[in-house]
Design a protein around this ligand. Structure first.
Ligand SMILES: C[S@@+](CC[C@H](N)C(=O)[O-])C[C@H]1O[C@@H](n2cnc3c(N)ncnc32)[C@H](O)[C@@H]1O
Length: 373
């Protein structure tokens, strides 16, 4: 156990040797004058391959858990900012499949050369490796579904501006996952280089994201998710068709059995009543005062898979959405994510359960009180 712990410490120490000219003292409080980031030299590739690809790293980095948080689907485009030696690339490549694309971006030219060779060697045909500028991820507007930034956010200069560029690069419903070290972690970069989750959240918010920490299983790190916001269209006005659909839900509400906060019967009867032209009305029901209506409409979207979940994520960050509706929608999204992670994890890693140890969050909102499970 002690030997394991020592090996882990050595691995992490390798990850965070300070750059020449930057204080190694972990108690140092200030960045060098004028710096807004931790400028570190990553050109010694053999050294970083050894550190980043150490088999011991998985014990604390939990890459499968991190990738689960991205909720990737086949066909998605995901960019890994500061991809390094490509620790996450095989997993990302598998998650997005042959129809998807992984953009592995890094500022260090030697790292990029190494990673290009690795991608070729490992036959990762859906991974594109690209050298990028320090201040610009070089992504076209609306071109990616997800962004991953592991142990790299604190290296980025002008992070609020960088966050804006990331925000523009995301498609509607997309989000960024930032993983970095906690202040309490006994290991990690020097104290002056560490950023609190609150700082990362503020920087993402300055870039236009709705950001929050999420529950995770990482022993040394925190995870912040920044969701791309959409311009609110305001709370939709009730229509006669919405009232009809509410009647369908309410007519069946008391005949049903609830499972994990979802009334399968109301969802089924609502699905049967809907026509393709009803989509805007169904969206409007997410703003409804009655939590059973909100939950049923959200469950119909959730049952539509990735496209439906993208609508829910978009509405969940709409400023016009009342907080109580948001908690119901968040809960439906979370339940769907847990189900997907379980299914995708089992298929992807060949195990009956995903490796992520995070338990699904307990249902919230009024509908949860109806839960029989
Ligand atoms: C600590 S390593 C993390 C590598 C990888 N994400 C991982 O977890 O294994 C940080 C990486 O970010 C890259 N990097 C630093 N500043 C960057 C920037 N402004 N833009 C893109 N990559 C950057 C470095 O070259 C290095 O490869």
């Amino acid at each position: 156990m002690l030997a394991d712990r020592t090996r882990l410490s050595i691995t992490i120490a390798f990850l965070f040797v300070p750059a020449p000219g930057i204080a190694a003292d972990p108690t140092s409080a200030a960045l060098p004058a004028g710096a807004d980031h931790y400028d570190h030299d990553f050109s010694d590739i053999p050294r970083y391959v050894k550190a980043f690809e150490s088999p011991d790293r998985d014990a604390w980095q939990k890459p499968d858990d991190v990738v689960s948080l991205l909720q990737l689907w086949p066909g998605n485009v995901v960019a890994d900012i500061g991809a390094g030696t490509g620790h996450f690339e095989p997993r990302l490549a598998k998650a997005v499949g042959a129809t998807g694309r992984v953009l592995a971006l890094d500022v260090e030219p030697h790292m990029v050369t190494y990673l290009k060779r690795r991608v070729k060697r490992e036959g990762l045909g859906n991974v594109t490796v690209q050298k990028v500028a320090a201040r610009d991820p070089g992504l076209a507007d609306g071109s990616v579904d997800r962004l991953l930034v592991v142990n790299t956010w604190h290296h980025l200069p002008e992070r609020a501006r960088y966050a804006s560029a990331l925000n523009r690069a995301l498609r509607p419903g997309g989000f960024v996952v930032v993983v970095d070290f906690t202040a309490e972690s006994p290991e990690g970069p020097p104290a002056h280089a560490r950023l609190s989750p609150a700082t990362v959240i503020a920087e993402l918010q300055a870039g236009g994201f709705s950001a929050r920490t999420v529950e995770e299983s990482l022993p040394l790190q925190y995870v912040v998710i920044g969701q791309k916001q959409v311009a609110s269209k305001g709370r939709p006005a009730p229509t006669a068709r919405q009232r009809q659909l509410c009647d369908v839900i309410k007519a069946n509400a008391d005949r049903a059995r609830f499972t994990r906060g979802v009334n399968a019967y109301t969802v089924k009867t609502l699905q049967e009543a809907l026509t393709p032209a009803d989509d805007p009305e169904l969206r409007a029901l997410l703003f409804h005062d009655d939590p059973i209506v909100t939950r049923t409409a959200a469950s119909v979207f959730s049952a539509r898979g990735d496209r439906g979940l993208a609508v829910l994520r978009e509405i969940a960050v709409d400023a016009a959405l009342p907080a109580s509706n948001r908690s119901v929608i968040d809960d439906v999204i979370w339940t769907a994510n847990a189900r997907q992670a379980s299914a995708v994890g089992a298929a992807r890693y060949g195990s009956p359960r995903p490796e992520r140890s995070r338990a699904p969050r307990p249902p919230q909102g009024t509908g949860a009180a109806l839960d029989e499970d």
